[in-house]
Design a protein around this ligand. Structure first.
Ligand SMILES: [Zn+2]
Length: 384
């Protein structure tokens, strides 16, 4: 019981710090510490005996006990509801949390618990209401060498465009668990109306399986592409009951989502990327996927409007994209390049940056935010 109380107290005191650093709250830490630590604690006296009596049997017992603690921690971490992904708590939330802990700890203060709880509920609901937004906000996440953007629309609608990135499939790291799901929690996004996979490359799909596992998703848009990544994504969507659809024009929270691309049998995966133009009042944002010269020339010569104040640079600013004719018609005021720091491809290409008009932002320097009020758009780094 004492061990349980001690780990409970530790969890209460470290909770906000861990949430701020890792966007996670452990739901099993008390049980894991109380039960899992027991063999580890028992290993300490055995290990102490090793100093005077260096016996093989003692080594064996100490190893077994320490191994049992490790196995227990792996077991608790593997439980389906071991952790909850949450937003980093603000200063007010931390003050409320620790004052609540103090109130519980000191018997003399317990009379103040009821007004404190009321205050906590008011502050909590204010934070929840703050997420219902008027404008459109897009966050181009820093996911390394890959693409992922969260689009928040008026009326608590949200989209996720791609869930990269890693250069291999399956990748060494899961950008879904590492970056995207925590970022969605931080932004207060609990449901995604639409998730878009522009094309089935690992730097766009790397974290998609985790997103499908952990988020409530209305529908998944992808092209008719048949390849191992597309098949894996389709299978996971089916397992999660998420309908897979071809992209189509929709209106979400008053924002028009236009589909500018078409699927062409025989084109490369890059040129077959889904290209979306989001129109919010006077503001347009163009998500160009990884299209290259071929698809760009079709977009530049087509009848559809492709002009946009903000351009998600096609193919990470590669030399094979952002052709003159395409850029002339888009005429961006601001271009966002989704690139990893020090990537081995040299993205974005210097010539591309030079021939692209307007301001330039790189996700290798941190997440980039574009906020539209329907009249104009303000693009800045997440922290500014
Ligand atoms: Zn890519």
């Amino acid at each position: 019981l004492g061990l349980g109380c001690a780990t409970g107290a530790a969890a209460l005191c470290t909770g906000p710090l861990l949430a701020a650093a890792f966007h996670r709250l452990s739901l099993v830490s008390i049980a894991a510490n109380a039960l899992g630590l027991l063999p580890g604690l028992a290993a300490i006296p055995v290990a102490t005996l090793l100093v005077p009596f260096d016996l093989l049997l003692l080594w064996w017992i100490a190893d077994l006990l320490a191994g049992a603690t490790l196995a227990a921690s792996h077991f608790f971490a593997s439980l389906p509801f071991a952790t909850a992904v949450i937003a980093a708590p603000g200063v007010i939330a931390c003050v409320l949390w620790y004052s609540g802990v103090l109130l519980c700890a000191r018997r003399a203060f317990r009379a103040a618990l009821a007004p404190w709880a009321l205050l906590a509920i008011v502050a909590g609901s204010r934070a929840a209401i703050a997420h219902a937004r008027e404008g459109m906000s897009i966050v181009f996440l820093a996911v390394g060498q890959g693409d992922s953007a969260v689009v928040q629309l008026p009326g608590a609608h949200a989209m996720l465009i791609d869930a990269g990135g890693d250069l291999r499939w399956p990748g060494k790291f899961d950008p879904g668990a590492r970056d995207i799901v925590p970022a969605l929690a931080e932004l207060g996004v609990h449901r995604l109306d639409v998730v878009v996979l522009t094309h089935p490359h690992p730097d766009h799909a790397g974290g998609l399986l985790t997103v499908l596992d952990r988020m409530s998703v209305g529908e998944l848009w992808m092209t008719a592409e048949r390849d191992p990544i597309a098949s894996a994504v389709r299978a996971r969507a089916a397992a999660r009951g998420v309908p897979v659809r071809e992209p189509r024009q929709v209106s979400l929270g008053g924002v028009r989502v236009e589909v500018l691309s078409r699927f062409e049998e025989g084109w490369s995966l890059n040129d077959n990327s889904i290209v979306l133009r989001l129109v919010h009042g006077q503001v347009a944002v163009l998500f160009a996927g990884d299209v290259e010269a071929l698809a760009e020339s079709e977009l530049a010569q087509g009848g559809a409007e492709i002009r946009a104040q903000v351009l998600k640079a096609p193919h990470h600013g590669s030399r094979t994209s952002s052709t003159e004719a395409f850029l002339r018609r888009v005429a961006p005021e601001c271009t966002v390049y989704c690139v990893g720091a020090g990537n081995r491809f040299g993205f974005p290409n210097l010539e591309v940056v030079e021939r692209t008009p307007g301001a330039h932002f790189l996700t290798s320097e941190g997440a980039i935010v574009a906020e539209s009020d329907g009249q104009g758009v303000h693009v800045h780094r997440w922290q500014e």
